[in-house]
Design a protein around this ligand. Sequence first.
Ligand code: ADP
Ligand code: MG
Ligand code: ZN
Length: 504
Amino acid sequence: MSTPAATVPDLLDYDEVLERFDPVLGLEVHVELNTLTKMFCGCPTEFGAPPNSQVCPICLGMPGSLPVVNGKAVESAIRIGLALGCDIAEWCRFARKNYFYPDMPKNFQISQYDEPIAISGEVELEVEGQTFKIGIERAHMEEDTGKSTHVGVTGRIHGAEYSIVDYNRAGIPLIEIVTKPIEGTGALAPQVARAYVAHLRDLMRALDVSDVRMEQGSLRCDANVSLRPLGETAYGLRTETKNVNSLRSVERAVRYEMCRQGALLAAGGKVMQETRHWHEDTGITTPGRSKEQAEDYRYFPEPDLVPVAPSRKWVEELGTTLPEPPAQHRKRLFEAWGFTEMEFRDVIGAGALLLVEATVAAGATPAAARKWWLGELARRAKETEVELDALSITPAQVAEIQALVDAGKINDKLAREVFDGVLAGEGSPEEVVAARGLAVVSDDSALGAAVDRAIEANPDVAEKIRGGKVAAAGALIGAVMKEMRGQADAGRVRELILERLGAE
Ligand code: ADP
Ligand code: MG
Ligand code: ZN
């Protein structure tokens, strides 16, 4: 199964890949629903509980136990299907997908196979000003598996000393959303893949059906990638890179697979149809298992569950609970914020649309919200390699920091230190300002003394100002700022300098 790093093939240069090949993508996204209880039993679903504390005979697959469908999960599945523009099945069934794995206590997973609840949808994305239509093949309901931890140096099953299993996750409701093959993305394939997953994440959040935390695994993406020679219509053989757990990784994994497959094909070799593992740390994929065929799973209709037949009336009612469609939402914000197209695109590209929106809702101007999220905060997210929305600061706190700037309590430079404090968990912006002593000094006695010292230390500059060269005041303001570690009220300092030198 896993192969040592020595066999990792060479990569073809990305531009060369595109000169010779056309990428085709297929994205399978698993969304863990935020229902209070599991898919087929009443166990709680809370994340992070002690191992095996949220289990019962049903989700442990004890003989004689019987599953019952979670109505709320079906409701969420229908709303997701509708939001993806899918048709909702009038009648569908669950199916048993049989395979053996220790984290799956029943030795089968209850899923849906040829009768999914939602089929044939479409989502529209914008990437670098280009519009892409992504066909949705289906969205189906299933249950999650438990979680194995392989203890040993590799952290993988091979080379593990022993493995432990936590069944808390077994039976958590999942919706799997599968795209039709995505063609025509060319050089933008990695970015389209990323934008699609970001789009689903935002959509699930707007629907309030999942907490979509990629780092906690409540949104997971498997990325299928194949290449075909330019001009060819038949698809090439694909690989499926499993569980790519951040937006950035989606983009990197697709790009890596394109370059890896490109090298193989260019050398006259063949791509193996297989699953692969993504390695966040090294940025490469390694082979997993060779791909099973559907027959290997011996699917058959789940005999312990009745079919799901949502009434048209219910589906229609659920249709009225959908959030504003993302394209319309973007258009509305674009018009409201008054950004240039370029500025707006950058906000979307940074995955900051909802963050900026929430920051504006909390009272900041669009320009200020954009400035912090795309500047200071984007830089920090990049440094710590997390997504923007995983930073431990809320839009309301960003708005609060901007309000402190607007009120003259802090300046932009001090605001950066407030960001440091909030991100380090030191409390609210107000608390950080107080605890770190960051407030701007505008008190005349403190400022006046510093101004006097600056004048004394720079007699030539002072002389110029006295002589009417007011522009020279900048140098003295700088000196005062330096002495007061940036915490002086610059406007007031300027007034004091001019006053003292009689140069108003
Ligand atoms: P599997 O059971 O192998 O996971 P699925 O049908 O669930 O198969 O998902 C396969 C995904 O890959 C779908 O999104 C599909 O559109 C896509 N796909 C199928 N063939 C290719 C191909 N040759 N290249 C890239 N993607 C493909
Ligand atoms: Mg699949
Ligand atoms: Zn249970």
